[in-house]
Design a protein around this ligand. Structure first.
Ligand SMILES: *Cc1c(COP(=O)(O)O)cnc(C)c1O
Length: 446
């Protein structure tokens, strides 16, 4: 790989290098970048680094774009992408529902005032506490993921107040950005197989339980999917199963949840899933399939997580060391796999940008690494940064809003970074930095 320096004749583009940033991001004086009118360099000084900045307007605009593209569907935010009280409030105010997969996520949502009937609970292995909390707090729908769960749930739901459930079906479709995030095939842990008949067995079983009310079918193909084809195939297979249920049981299922997984661009030039195209193709596949099978068109549910929060987040790190060795330059920052495990989990790479200082040095290809004690703690590989990058510099990483902090760990006891919301030129703390005191408080034995 070689570095091409920018041609002097090129017309300067104000958005240059900010293609996968929040739409509000602007280059500013002295190499700074503002997001929603807030200087990232100033935010780094004020709140310290590593720092996560979340553009509230970007999240809200993305939620609205979904509601516009799918006006007669339920759009449900998958909480596991990132959850805190402010995000719960934004999602509620934008009229979306919420997907949770634990009593913890559910409890946070309810205590923040999220309406229980707009919550869906998932999970391949819900604990007794998860299920009891869901039933007690009255979540709208529980998605059944195994045959044994039907017994567990039946045991805690009062007969007089049946629980609405859906069955998570594995449609046998391979899609998703990495094998670790493919969930539509038969050789992974989620859901009940269409191919081997276990989805139909679960449906038969549920229909014999007066405590459970089967309202529809669910599938989730995986994550970071950038093409609409897998969704179209999934809709066709799910409609096929709905027709079988109607033929066998005389029951028309009126809801179809096709999950989330909508891919985003992490690096300039990468493809994201176009939700306008998705909406059109899914709708016509659903209408055609239902017309052919003589079924009523079910109400659609979508569950985006990454596509709502991912592009709204920016991580800001400070450079701690620059090491030139065996022909490579390692730029080490003050965070890494404890705030963002995605590179270590899936081998993904980002494109950081130097901020807060204007450099005229020619770009050089560098490897940006974290501070943690693992050689796989790598944020970026062979990315161009100004050749004079040095300790004390700030690096910003876009597309950091989903599956970073929600998967953060206590590795090396560095403490998890704070989250700051930016809106209309103002920044406010949502989640404070985790202190040594926070961590040592749990360490109660000696
Ligand atoms: C994770 C998950 C989602 C959201 O996936 P994204 O890739 O973040 O859109 C939706 N539904 C279910 C059941 C999930 O497990």
């Amino acid at each position: 790989m070689s570095v091409t320096s920018p041609s002097p004749a090129r017309v300067p583009d104000v958005m240059e290098g900010l293609a996968v940033w929040p739409a509000s991001a602007r280059p500013a004086a002295e190499g700074d970048v503002t997001v929603a009118g807030v200087s990232l360099a100033e935010a780094a000084d004020l709140f310290g680094t590593p720092l996560y900045v979340l553009d509230e307007g970007e999240v809200r605009n993305r939620a609205r774009a979904y509601r516009t593209a799918f006006p007669d569907a339920d759009v449900i935010y998958a909480a596991k992408a990132f959850l805190c009280r402010a995000v719960i409030r934004w999602i509620k105010e934008e009229g979306l529902g919420l997907d949770v997969c634990s009593a913890g996520e559910l409890g946070l949502a309810i205590t923040t005032g999220f309406p229980a009937e707009r919550i869906v609970m998932h999970g391949n292995a819900k604990s007794p506490e998860d299920l009891e909390t869901a039933v007690r707090l009255g979540v709208g729908r529980i998605v059944i993921d195994s045959l044994s769960e039907i017994d567990h749930l039946t045991g805690i739901v009062p007969r007089r107040d049946p629980q609405q459930v859906m069955v998570r079906v594995v449609p046998g479709i391979a899609a998703g950005g990495h094998t670790k995030i493919q969930t539509g095939t038969d050789d992974q842990k989620f859901g009940l197989s269409l191919a081997d008949g276990s989805a139909r067995r679960a449906i038969d079983d549920i229909l014999h339980r007066p405590q459970l009310s089967l309202v529809g079918l669910h599938c989730h193909l995986g994550s970071q999917i950038t093409s609409v084809e897998p969704y179209v195939t999934a809709v066709q297979r799910m409609v096929g199963l709905m027709a079988q249920v109607r033929d066998q049981h005389g029951l028309e299922l009126l809801q179809l949840n096709i999950g989330g997984g909508h891919g985003i661009a992490y690096r300039p030039g990468e493809q994201s899933l176009d939700i306008g195209i998705l909406a059109g193709r899914v709708r016509s596949a659903l209408e055609d399939g239902c017309a052919e099978a003589n079924l009523r068109v079910p109400r659609l549910t979508l569950e985006p997580g990454r596509a709502l929060l991912g592009p709204a987040g920016v991580a800001v790190y400070r450079v701690l060391s620059v090491k030139r060795t065996s022909g490579r330059t390692f730029v080490a920052v003050d965070g890494g796999m404890s705030d963002n495990p995605r590179p270590a989990l899936y081998g993904v790479r980002y494109v950081p940008r130097l901020i807060g200082r204007h450099s005229t040095a020619a770009p050089a290809l560098v490897t940006v690494v974290g501070r943690h004690c693992e050689a796989g703690d790598i944020l970026a590989d062979a990315v161009p940064l100004p050749g004079d990058v040095r300790p004390g510099d700030l690096l910003a990483v876009p597309a950091a809003g989903a599956y970073h902090l929600s998967m953060a760990s206590g590795y090396n006891l560095v403490g998890r970074p704070p989250v700051v919301a930016v809106r209309d030129g103002a920044a406010r703390m949502l989640v404070r930095r985790e202190s040594l005191d926070d961590m040592s408080r749990r360490d109660v034995g000696l």
